[in-house]
Ligand binder design. Structure first.
Ligand SMILES: Nc1nc2c(ncn2[C@@H]2O[C@H](COP(=O)(O)OP(=O)(O)OP(=O)(O)O)[C@@H](O)[C@H]2O)c(=O)[nH]1
Ligand SMILES: [Mg+2]
Length: 685
């Protein structure tokens, strides 16, 4: 097995709006580097990257895939990511382990929302990047228009390194502006520069040289003095400028026709950083710290993804930052504080596994069947423990209630759900005690739909999903007194319990209080716990719509008993009866949960968002501009935002995001309460 030094590795992430051509570009790269012998197509379901049945069916990427290949002495771990926003967790994981990115832009559609989002993520992560203007062969492809959009959205530091030769039907090749050479066809054969392009190429070359020179004090001096800059000088300066983000090179091509691929690969190796050039952020008790990547140092490996394979079991994706990890070894999981046994390490290209004896710093690989380890953990040597900063995943916001279709499905549901949530850090499962529902939450409707399909395909569990029930509650609004006598005469000895309760509404969040105010033994002490039991059982189901009752004080202040006929059960029945009576008299109301929600949208959408929020009974509590975004703080009933992921996506074309947490309960407005009560009663009947 060939071993690569840090400087010979490129961990390269492909990013874009869905459909700009990342998977197609990956396919072209694998073919061009000789990793594959035929060029697959997304539309035929034959790509290496999108091999998952869900991906083939939908013709989109859902999972990140690591696609190792070799180019001119370098090892490139290409990481294809999904562009669809529900799968942004995969993007975050991929970006965490990459040193460089290519943002793919469609030459016909221009810069789409998703690609803008990716640019923002790259800015936040300080990730050096290229722009690749793809689909030059397509109808309506226009390099200069797309470039104009790129520069107006991302700034003039996006500088073309290449120009296309021809466009659409007549797209043939690429002009390399640094070398001033032309290449045509998928084999990139050197060709004469078309005369129609030469003055255009000269002028773009001049802009490129000026931009590069401006990033380097020594070069700009030479440049202004009118001296010629050597291609070595330019290349070195461009590399530094790309790594520092002062320049974002713009490249061009067609993934489908495999034109421009080899030049793109050359540029990746020449200008994007190797693992050596990016320090590793570790978490420590004090401030943010970094360590230097090194193959000689002690081991530090980050687990950035886990996938659940129905046959192999759990598959753990590793990125080694320092040292090396060996097959059939023991390592220390610093995050969990325990030893982990490492079996056979391998690299994975699509579904093809290749066993490797060792993974060295800079590289990416996988291992199966780890017991202790999950996504985000650091594996290292026990005597040199270290924790690498984990991937920060977006919080799940869109929940649905999961119901197994049959009894057999029910038995397997728990296991399937826990495997799924282990595999996907943006999925969560919890049981809502108040409604008895199992809630699966993720980032959007498609996300959950695919989770359900996966559950069926991988674990044979069939489920139905529906909007979760709102955990309404009930309470009373006035104090009241109620009496209940349970008395029965049956054959032998009878039943007797008699309770007087006083009910009082309590402030929100108080819960249920039970107070014993019996004097003079009107109810013997030993029966009081039974009265309390009765009260506690009865509050589980309110008198309005059967929802649990909260925030009341129940005081037992009087009663009578019978020396022979009274019993625990009789006083329990009496306690419950008195409570129910009291609830009916206490002017009961329905309560609903309110959430504190933070919505982040581009400022232009503020008006639309606010008017939608108003229609959802929201109280807007603040707005804080953050750059081009507006952060809207609001309090809104949970019932109104159960499907907000869908509304927000449609209002903002996917540019918005939100988070929320349950805050407190408030009274449901009476016209809505009436509807809910009527529905519940109808359902019961
Ligand atoms: N004409 C033309 N079509 C292309 C090119 N690249 C990709 N396509 C087509 O565009 C569609 C989407 O391509 P993908 O490669 O799946 O795009 P993606 O960015 O991976 O999409 P997601 O995985 O959903 O984010 C497919 O139908 C491709 O055949 C290209 O260079 N030219
Ligand atoms: Mg794709």
């Amino acid at each position: 097995m060939q071993q690569y030094g840090l400087e010979d590795i490129r961990n390269l992430v492909l990013l874009s709006h869905s459909g700009a051509g990342k998977t197609s570009a990956s396919e072209a790269i694998l073919f061009t580097t000789g990793a594959t012998t035929r060029l697959g197509k997304v539309d035929d379901g034959t790509t290496v990257s999108d091999y998952d049945p869900d991906e083939i069916k939908r013709k989109i990427s859902i999972n990140l895939s690591v696609l190792p290949c070799q180019w001119k002495g370098a090892k490139i771990n290409l990481i294809d990511t999904p562009g669809y926003s529900d799968f942004v967790g995969e993007v975050k994981a991929a970006m965490r382990v990459g040193e460089g990115a290519i943002i793919v832009v469609c030459a016909a559609s221009g810069v789409e929302v998703g690609s803008e989002q990716m640019w923002t993520y790259c800015e936040q992560a300080d990730l050096p990047r290229f722009i690749f203007i793809n689909k030059m062969d397509r109808e309506n492809a226009d390099f200069y228009k797309a470039l104009g959009q790129v520069q107006s959205k991302f700034g003039s530091r996006c500088v073309p390194l290449q120009l296309p030769i021809g466009a659409q039907d007549s797209f043939q090749g690429i002009v390399d502006l640094l070398a001033m050479k032309s290449y045509t066809g998928s084999k990139a054969e050197e060709a004469e520069m078309p005369s129609s392009l030469s003055s255009q190429a000269e002028s773009f070359r001049e802009k490129l040289i000026e931009a590069v020179a401006e990033t380097d004090d020594r070069l700009i001096e030479k440049y202004l003095d009118g001296e010629e800059l050597s291609s070595e000088e330019l290349g070195n300066a461009l590399r530094q400028a790309t790594i520092s983000g002062k320049i974002v090179p713009v490249l061009v091509g067609s993934a489908l026709q495999n034109i421009g691929t080899s030049l793109l690969l050359d540029a990746v190796c020449s200008y994007l950083p190797s693992p050596e050039e990016r320090d590793v952020v570790i978490t420590s008790d004090s401030a943010k710290q970094t360590i230097k990547p090194s193959q000689e140092a002690s081991l530090a490996t980050l687990v950035f993804k886990t996938s659940a394979d129905p046959y192999v079991g759990k598959l753990t994706y590793l990125r080694v930052y320092t040292g090396a990890i060996n097959s059939n070894s023991q390592v220390w999981n610093a995050t969990r504080g325990g030893m982990e046994r490492i079996g056979q390490l391998f690299t994975l290209r699509g579904k093809t596994q290749e066993p490797v004896p060792q993974l060295r710093a800079g590289d990416i690989g996988m291992v199966a069947k780890l017991s202790l380890t999950s996504t985000g953990d650091t594996l290292c040597n026990q005597d040199k423990p270290v924790k690498i900063a984990p991937v920060i995943f977006p919080k799940p916001v869109f929940g649905e209630a999961v119901r197994p279709k049959t009894k057999a499905d029910l038995d397997k549901l728990g296991e399937a759900l826990s495997r799924l949530t282990e595999e996907d850090s943006t999925l969560r499962m919890h049981r809502e005690a108040d409604t008895g529902e199992t809630i699966l939450s993720g980032l959007g409707e498609t996300h959950l739909e695919i989770a359900a399909e996966k559950m069926l395909r991988k674990f044979g569990v069939a489920v139905e999903m529906e909007t979760p029930k709102v955990p309404y509650k009930e309470t009373i609004t006035t104090s009241t007194k109620a009496e209940y006598k349970h008395k029965k005469q049956t054959g032998g000895h009878g039943q007797y319990g008699h309770v007087f309760l006083e009910l009082e509404p309590l402030p929100r969040g108080s819960g249920i209080e039970f107070v014993d105010k019996i004097v003079g033994g009107a109810i013997p002490k030993n029966y009081i716990p039974s009265v309390e039991k009765g009260v506690n059982e009865a509050v589980q189901e309110g008198v309005l719509a059967g929802y649990p009752v909260i925030d009341i004080k129940a005081r037992v202040y009087d009663g009578t008993f019978h020396p022979v006929d009274s019993s625990d059960i009789c006083f329990k029945i009496a306690g419950a009866g008195a409570l129910r009576k009291g609830l009916s008299q206490g002017q009961p109301i329905l309560l609903e949960p309110l959430v504190n929600m933070t919505v982040t949208v581009p400022s232009d959408f503020t008006g639309d968002i606010i008017s939608d929020l108003n229609s959802k009974r929201a109280r807007v509590q603040g707005m804080n501009p953050e750059g081009e975004m507006n952060v809207i703080e609001t309090q809104v009933p949970l019932a109104e935002i159960l499907r907000y992921a869908i509304d927000l996506k449609s209002i903002t074309q996917g540019r918005g995001s939100y988070t929320f947490e349950v805050s407190h309960y408030e009274e449901v407005p009476s016209h809505i309460a009436q509807k809910i009560t009527a529905q519940r009663q109808a359902a019961k009947a």
